[in-house]
Design a protein around this ligand. Structure first.
Ligand SMILES: [Zn+2]
Length: 145
């Protein structure tokens, strides 16, 4: 999981919503500004134009509709501290941001560690299999003369 520090900034996230088609619908609540204020940025490229990710909890969402309010906590993970704060990004204090980045980095390390542990388990299983195969190999017995 890579963390792009540009997405920690409101203007960085807002820039990813340049062609936010959802916004063209009449009475749209789900505006580009509100998406960025709620912590989301677009991450799906041309193939998935409405795929978004929260810069704090990394939850990905797609299928946004004009009436969706991205400020609602349900669009984030249950642990997301940004959703718990319940305020738009433009109203975050420096202390709030430090807490969010702390969470973001802790989750990143947790995910990396988890990947490394899985990789180690796979390698260990392979080595075990090789050792067991060696142990089963018949050994040449010396003949007594
Ligand atoms: Zn979140």
């Amino acid at each position: 999981m890579l963390v792009d520090p540009t997405m920690n900034r409101l203007d960085g996230r807002l820039a990813t919503f340049k062609e936010w088609l959802v916004e063209n619908e009449p009475g749209c609540v789900c505006t580009a500004r509100k998406m960025a204020e709620s912590g989301f940025f677009r991450c799906g490229g041309d193939e998935e134009p409405d795929l978004t990710r929260c810069f704090v909890c990394h939850k990905e969402m797609e299928g946004w509709e004009a009436e969706d309010n991205p400020m609602e906590a349900r669009y984030h993970t249950a642990k997301c501290p940004l959703a718990k704060l319940g305020k738009p990004a433009s109203q975050l204090t420096v202390e709030d941001m430090l807490k969010l980045i702390n969470f973001q980095q802790t989750e990143r390390v947790r995910a990396l560690s988890s990947d490394m542990i899985e990789e180690f388990k796979t390698d260990a299983a392979e080595v075990r299999k090789q050792l067991e195969a060696l142990a089963k190999k018949p050994t040449r017995k010396r003949r007594a003369r």
